[in-house]
Write a protein that binds this ligand. Structure first.
Ligand code: GUN
Length: 173
């Protein structure tokens, strides 16, 4: 895909293609569409991220709450979005043993109880061993810092998803 193609998309097509750049938040793509034309993929990415940054804290927490748990019930049930499924399998989370799954479920529950939103990590950038380690570490962070970290992970996930759509190297976005 190239940026001319993106700039020529009507609203419906744009939301179909970019609606899950931010997990289960097609409203963000819907808002970004009005800001076309985009000069390149970096510019498009900037609009997604600026929307997130401009939200009040309740909206930013809402974005986090749209994310499924890593190695959680939705993975077991097969109800993840295609993107999340690919990322979680890529990180090896589909082949955890029962003990590892239980350990992650407990950590995910503790994290959610402490912060009020699920643990979000750009799973594709970490191996399966790093997920519980990062979860256990971030569980002890101050809430304001953790909100910033989690939104940073949402942006990393978004960058990787955009790079996939453009067939680009995410390091060059
Ligand atoms: N990292 C990459 N994808 C996801 C996801 O869907 N949920 C969470 N919690 N982290 C992710």
């Amino acid at each position: 895909m190239d940026i001319e193609k993106v700039n020529s998309m009507d609203f419906g097509e744009f939301v179909d293609v970019f609606g899950n750049v931010i997990e289960r938040c097609p409203l963000i793509a819907a808002a970004v569409w009005s800001q076309r034309p985009f000069s390149d993929v970096e510019d498009l990415e900037k609009h997604f991220f600026a929307f997130i940054d401009a939200l009040p804290q309740s909206g930013q927490e809402g974005i986090l709450r749209c994310h499924p748990d890593l190695a959680g019930r939705e993975l077991q049930r097969g109800t993840l979005t295609a993107e999340s499924q690919r990322e979680q399998s890529g990180a090896g989370l589909t082949s955890l043993g029962a003990d590892e799954r239980l350990q992650l479920a407990e950590l995910n529950a503790q994290y959610r109880a402490r912060f009020g939103f699920p643990f979000v990590l750009a799973a594709r950038l970490s191996g399966r061993a790093a997920v519980p380690r990062e979860l256990a570490r971030r569980l002890h962070c101050p809430p304001a810092q953790e909100l910033r970290t989690a939104l940073g992970e949402v942006k990393k996930i978004g960058r990787l998803r955009l790079a996939d759509l453009f067939g680009a190297d995410p390091a060059r976005l």
